[in-house]
Design a protein around this ligand. Structure first.
Ligand SMILES: NC(=O)c1ccc[n+]([C@@H]2O[C@H](COP(=O)([O-])OP(=O)(O)OC[C@H]3O[C@@H](n4cnc5c(N)ncnc54)[C@H](OP(=O)(O)O)[C@@H]3O)[C@@H](O)[C@H]2O)c1
Length: 239
């Protein structure tokens, strides 16, 4: 997929799925703006994107804050002359029963997984609609499948799914595609203690998700895949 001349913004680009998507976009020739809270992670991603052939801009910020969302979009537009591809990927998990979920955790999960996608997309729309574009929401199968002990996470991803579906109807006629990608288990550090062993070979890889983004960017202008679910083919069988 030749993305030469395209400007992309990837949230949560410091590691995991966001880093893999940023590297794939850069490999296609896109200029990629990288956003997350940890600048050192973004600088490592930037090295990988540039090694793959893409240009980068690094913008550290906490996307729970409106000003940081607006600054991320402004950085992409100023560094790369516009914005055509937006990947709302930043997300956090929660493994806490409802009875033990405090307001702070609930708000953090919703502000990161849903609020950030809303604020960044709102700021990006005037640029995406200029010559058409593509918004990706990295959701989760947890948005459609209830999981005990993960109510905040599941509810935030369910809301993200519906937000994306509404947005798609609002902007399709302006040439902006909106695609929700809902993966199952992906082998990243997500939800794991730092230093704990990597996942197992049955899991999806971050590169699988990045490959889906690249495939979707290659669809014909008049055709649109609005939702993609991704599953490991051979997960452990449940007893
Ligand atoms: N891994 C899975 O099994 C899986 C499955 C389905 C869906 N997903 C979804 O895929 C997305 C990426 O997951 P991942 O596995 O790649 O997770 P990850 O390895 O933990 O990476 C998450 C990224 O989001 C950033 N981030 C978190 N909070 C942020 C904030 N407030 N502001 C800015 N950036 C923030 C993190 O950087 P900082 O902490 O430095 O800010 C990091 O770069 C998430 O939305 C997740 O829900 C993951």
């Amino acid at each position: 997929m030749d993305l030469t001349g395209a400007s992309a913004l990837v949230t949560g680009a410091g590691r995991g799925i966001g880093r893999a998507i940023a590297v794939a976009l850069g490999g296609g020739g896109a200029s990629v703006t990288l956003v997350s809270r940890t600048k050192a992670d973004l600088e490592e991603t930037a090295r990988e994107v540039e090694a793959a052939g893409g240009r980068t801009a690094v913008q550290a910020g906490d996307l729970r804050r409106r000003a940081d969302c607006d600054a991320a979009v402004a950085a992409a537009v100023s560094a790369h002359g516009g914005l055509q591809i937006l990947v709302n990927n930043a997300g956090i998990g929660s493994h806490v029963p409802v009875a033990e979920t405090g307001d702070d955790l609930w708000n953090d999960v919703f502000e990161t997984n849903l609020g950030a996608a809303f604020r960044i997309t709102r700021a990006a729309l005037p640029h995406l609609t200029k010559r058409g574009g593509h918004v990706f929401m990295i959701s989760s199968l947890a948005g459609q499948n209830a999981i005990a002990g993960m109510a905040a996470y599941c509810a935030s991803k369910a809301a993200l799914d519906h937000f994306a579906a509404c947005l798609m109807l609002e902007v399709r006629h302006q040439g902006v595609k909106v695609t929700t990608i809902a993966p199952g288990s992906v082998d990243t550090s997500f939800g794991r203690d730092p230093g704990s062993p990597r996942g197992e070979s049955w899991m999806l890889t971050a590169q699988d998700v990045a490959g889906a983004v690249m495939d979707l960017l290659g669809t014909r202008d008049g055709a649109h895949l609005s939702r993609v679910e991704m599953r490991p083919l051979r997960p452990p069988k449940r007893a």
